[in-house]
Design a protein around this ligand. Structure first.
Ligand code: NAD
Length: 249
């Protein structure tokens, strides 16, 4: 049985890393997926890569500015035009930065908040206005383990992820009456391009500090999203699920 048979999903930041793994797992589980990226080139490249793996996968790709209400709304409308509904939104696009406070500019702070928080608000609002008409839908957010502990530099990033948890919990309470569930996954250190570029010895040292003895893989997060998106989680809302191997930071 496929857990997401015929569900329609939109995944932001779907061109690589955690987002791409999520797109792939959702497709494997029967979903139709629209992936969103920041540039047409990266979207086209990812679509070609996925179609090479399976030419039958139902896929769309778009690159709207994620804080442009009209552009986001039009994108979601195109998805609904194509597939008739919208069941799942994964707010995954995000950036991080580790500048020390004394060198941190307002522009740096605003850039992080714009994508990691404002885009989550903008996409969630547009998706919820479609989902409430169906009286069903799931909104999933990518938080981080630093949303629980903070981090010793780059304050904008943990601040943004605390806000993601706030959006998750508040929207879960607000949208339950409309049949919409809202949850987040808080990943630990995940082996995306950034971690893959580190020297293996450094990754080994890092892995040794994690109780499960390894860094996470993008599919570890994708599988958590799969559970939360599926009907197996039909009574789960307002949760921030840690998927971090019990990393202590
Ligand atoms: P990544 O850099 O590999 O991918 C980021 C994605 O976001 C890409 O698809 C990119 O196109 C998109 N993106 C970046 N800037 C954008 C913009 N301005 N507009 C639209 N899209 C944009 O990152 P990742 O590691 O896969 O991270 C994905 C999410 O997971 C982020 O929200 C990140 O904060 C979170 N996260 C990652 C880790 C980790 O260790 N990798 C840990 C905790 C949380």
């Amino acid at each position: 049985m496929h857990l997401l048979q015929n569900k329609v999903a939109v995944v932001t930041g779907g061109t690589r890393g955690i987002g791409l793994a999520t797109v792939r797992v959702f497709l494997e589980q029967g979903a139709k997926v629209a992936l969103l990226g920041s540039r047409q080139e990266s979207v086209d490249k990812t679509l070609a890569q996925l179609r090479e793996q399976n030419p039958d996968w139902p896929l769309l790709g778009f690159w709207p500015a994620l804080t442009d209400e009209q552009a986001v709304q039009q994108t979601l409308e195109k998805v609904v035009e194509q597939w008739g509904r919208l069941d799942i939104l994964v707010n995954n696009a995000g950036i991080s930065q580790s500048t020390q406070l004394y060198d941190y500019t307002m522009a740096d702070f605003e850039k992080i908040i714009d994508l990691n928080v404002n885009a989550v608000f903008c996409c969630s609002k547009a998706a919820a206005s479609i989902m409430c008409q169906q009286h069903s839908g799931v909104i999933l957010n990518t938080s981080s383990m630093v949303s629980l502990y903070g981090q010793p530099a780059g304050v904008g990033y943990p601040a943004s992820k605390f806000a993601v948890n706030g959006l998750t919990k508040s929207l879960a309470r607000e949208l339950g009456k409309d049949g919409i569930r809202v949850n987040a996954v808080a990943p630990g250190v995940i082996a995306t391009d950034m971690v893959a570029a580190l020297p293996p010895a450094m990754v080994e040292k890092l892995a040794a500090t994690i109780p499960l003895g390894r860094v996470g893989q993008p599919t570890d997060i994708a599988n958590a999203f799969l559970f939360l998106a599926s009907d197996l989680a039909s009574y789960v809302t307002g949760a921030v699920l840690s998927v971090d191997g019990a990393t202590q930071v």
